[in-house]
Ligand binder design. Structure first.
Ligand code: AMP
Length: 173
């Protein structure tokens, strides 16, 4: 399945979760067997030469792509979770929201110094969440090969805040 065909499956829901947000709903892509397979193959093709040890997925829609990608690459999977969800010792990173801040966590023993890491989420908007995930990986000495997204909201210029990193998205709105 082509990227244009996958793009056509993404459902745009206006004013969700609040007014003036165009929500890009990827659940129809997950529901379509050919699209689901193709997304993982396209993501894997981006990083075949990266010699990845760990695929980091960002809660919660990032998990849906990060786990099958880890399987496809022969890598392990590590979750980035919201504050207070992980049971063992964690590292934390805070990032700015429109109003206030948010904190994400990763298990301290999830990444070893020198591990080659890919960070995956369903969508990049402002890039704040991805920046926090980078912070967590780097606190633990991981080496970030690239960041992968199914969807990029280009107008929000999220990649401008991630300069110095390889940022790859399959579909742009
Ligand atoms: P950001 O930190 O601004 O890059 O936001 C990225 C996170 O918010 C991702 O985990 C997305 O799932 C979610 N997100 C932000 N904006 C949208 C949108 N318009 N449609 C769907 N998900 C979004």
């Amino acid at each position: 399945m082509t990227l244009d065909e996958i793009r056509a499956l993404i459902r745009t829901v206006p004013d969700f979760p609040k007014e003036n947000i165009m929500f890009r709903d990827i659940t129809p892509v997950l529901r379509n067997p050919a699209a689901l397979r193709a997304v993982i193959e396209h993501l894997a093709d981006c990083c075949r030469d990266d010699k990845v040890d760990v695929v980091v997925g960002i809660e919660s829609r990032g998990f849906m792509f990060a786990v099958p990608l880890a399987l496809a690459l022969g890598a392990g999977f590590v979750p980035v979770r919201k504050l207070g969800k992980l049971p063992a010792e964690v590292v934390q990173a805070e990032y700015a929201l429109e109003y206030g801040t948010n904190t994400v966590e990763m298990h301290r023993d999830a990444i070893q110094p020198g591990d080659r890491v890919i960070i995956v989420d369903d969508l990049i908007a402002t890039g704040g969440t991805a920046g926090a995930a980078i912070d967590l990986v780097e606190q633990l000495g991981g080496e970030i090969c690239r960041l992968l997204f199914l969807v990029e909201l280009a107008g929000l210029k999220g990649r401008e805040g991630l300069q110095g990193y390889e940022v790859h998205s399959l579909i742009t709105f």
